[in-house]
Design a protein around this ligand. Sequence first.
Ligand code: ATP
Ligand code: MG
Length: 365
Amino acid sequence: MLFDPRPKESLEDLFDREEEVKLLRKTVNTPITLLLGVRRVGKTSLLKAFLNSLETPHLYLDLRVLEEGGYSRAQLYKLLSSSVSNCTSRWRRILEFFRSVKGVRISGFEVEFDWRERALTLTSILDKLNDYALETEEGFIVISLDEAQILRFLEGGKGRIDFRSILAYAYDNLGGLRFILTGSEVGLLLGFLRLDDASSPLYGRYISIIRVEKFPRKLSIEFLRKGFSEANLDVSEDILEAIVDRVDGIVGWLTFFGYTCLKLGGVSEEVVEMVSEKASKLIEGELESLFKRSNQYRYFLRAISLGASTWSSIKRAVEIWIGRQLTNAETTRVLHRLIDLGIVEKTDSEYRITDPLIKEYCKKI
Ligand SMILES: Nc1ncnc2c1ncn2[C@@H]1O[C@H](COP(=O)(O)OP(=O)(O)OP(=O)(O)O)[C@@H](O)[C@H]1O
Ligand SMILES: [Mg+2]
């Protein structure tokens, strides 16, 4: 069902994105591919549907899990254990490569990596996966890292993990591993991987980039029409246009609107209004938990939503509201964090809120 709110898992369920899938088929032959896009634009769906179309073994790690677990090594090992366990029933030979490794417990199809075992480093696990990959028919396996920018919170300090060095090591030495990373343009590319920074471990290596864009208007309308028609609902063009006016081509919102309308039992202007309110509540929940961490985010977002677009105009507006001066570093840090979260985009030297629903909400906070 097109309006299914969960990420899509198969190519048959995926609307459009043929070009992106074609590109993925090509770039999966290169060591590292980045799938970049703003929130709710359909990165996870594209990734999962693509992975499931492969005969090749593949691991999927949703790194958002680390956010709950405090970005610890223990949590990362747990995530890795479950993603390897998920594919052992289909690709049983993986188990052979881990059987006599210290710190690895295997029971049935379950694999457990013990984070306390010092010899069991991440690179040693990747080495084994690489050995396995080179023995498969295709000669490679895919390791996908959803929301990979989160990995940078594992960096630094004693016993911490610099995942960029690990990727660089795999790039140089482990020809059987292909990585696909998703994330936001700035968060992943500039914030974490820093490909253009000579001090970054990944500097100078070729990395394939695929951008997942919002749907153009015509396609957004077609998406809605198709979804409603699956549910045997004939919806007027005016209503379809009205929904796209509100959410633009962000497929996650189009899906949310479609799904919620169906739940509410029909489509009319009133229902669209009710769905907008529900979406607004959802945004409120997400943003308020951000504001709990620091109330500054609230003022920054308000400033941008009301039209301040340059660094200095945003700074000035926030200073008036909070009644004190902000340091330059403070201003930049907050803006970067908002970009990181995929809420704010920066083009040239202008800051914008990408999502029209978030923008509307922020005007009122
Ligand atoms: N190409 C598509 N065809 C049909 N539905 C889609 C498509 N892409 C995404 N969706 C739907 O849109 C919603 C958001 O998709 P998804 O979770 O893949 O986006 P995302 O970019 O990973 O979002 P987030 O930033 O929250 O991680 C889901 O309900 C999903 O089913
Ligand atoms: Mg996602």
